[in-house]
Design a protein around this ligand. Sequence first.
Ligand SMILES: [Zn+2]
Length: 424
Amino acid sequence: MRRDAAEPALARRLRRAVHRRPELAHREHRTAAYVERVLRLFGLRPFRPAPTSVAVVAGDPARRPRAGFRADLDALAVTETTTVPYASRVPGVMHACGHDGHTAALLLLARRLARAAPWGGSALLVFQQGEEAHPSGAPRVLRGLPPAVLPDEFYAVHLWPELPAGVIGVREGPLLASVAGLTFHVTGREGRAHGTRSESGGVNAVAAAVRLYTVLTSDPTGREVGAGQGLALGRIEGGEHPNRVPLRCELRGTLRALTFREQESAVRRIREVAAAVADETGAAVEVLVEAGIRPPVENAPEAARRALMACRATGTPHKRYPDGPLGVSDDFGWFLQDRPGALLLLGCGNGPQPPDLHTSAFDFDEEVLLSAVDVFDALARPGTANDDEVDDGDRRTRLDVPAHRGTRPQSGDRGLRRAAGSPG
Ligand SMILES: [Zn+2]
């Protein structure tokens, strides 16, 4: 185990500093500046791949990173209801999705890698803006990374209240759903006479849109892509005058799917339904699909297996979890478009009914972050994970050499308090 005694307190300090000053997607100015300051205090040289995103390469700069790690910086438009002393000081904004924890975990990883003896490799750490937003910050960040620092694999972690505290959940294959945007433009036709009744001869766009809504939400399409969570149609707006046949109506929603193939077949089916409703009602129905809001997160089997090995090597509690893919989404799928990787779930459950993600009472014990740091560290520096915990005589002799602490000034943590302060 490579943990040192300062880490639990540091995990709390870093996470709480970020938690107190949450910022919404694409406006993470203070948070990004804070992350930069902390990384510099650790002796690293961060850069900005996007306006409010930070990246850094730790280790040998001449080596292209084997592994890359992503954290997200943005908070949600939620009013915190906890009474903890580090509660949000920004009205209506809260780190309710644990991104403060993801950020703190990656900062701790940066500290370990910065203090490590040269291991003949490097790792990329990315602190990304706008995870919660549409458009997501991920494509922009990826475009802003120089090709020379792009790793072979990307990893990320998400806090997960349904898993016991500190347990890492690893799943091979599809993990989280994709999200596509759907817009239906329904156009009716003016009748021969005034009025909204059908004998006027017009085609009522609102009636056609309601018909479309009814068919789509009772159609197997919704179930094919995951019970109740495949298709959501949350907005309908139409009509021009209270006493005339409505000529235009817009229906909008989202489609979730677990793989690209599943998404494509659902979209095909939705277009068929729209065409059938157009035939039946006489309205024109145009279907617009915005496929790339969030790609699915599919964990590459080899990356998931490496993560499991890292759990074992570091003695981190872990399980194969979840059994099946989940209906929620994360924009980490963008990072897995061109290279393999895995999103791991990090248990933060405490008690029988832990507060859920995206709720105003969400909170967690920062101790759990060290599980993620241990596993990421082992992924960043494979093959050296067991050194510190093996206690047979030969190895211990080797460990007498202060391998991980040699060159960096030890005043870094005190300096952190003084110079980095908090994001605000
Ligand atoms: Zn999240």
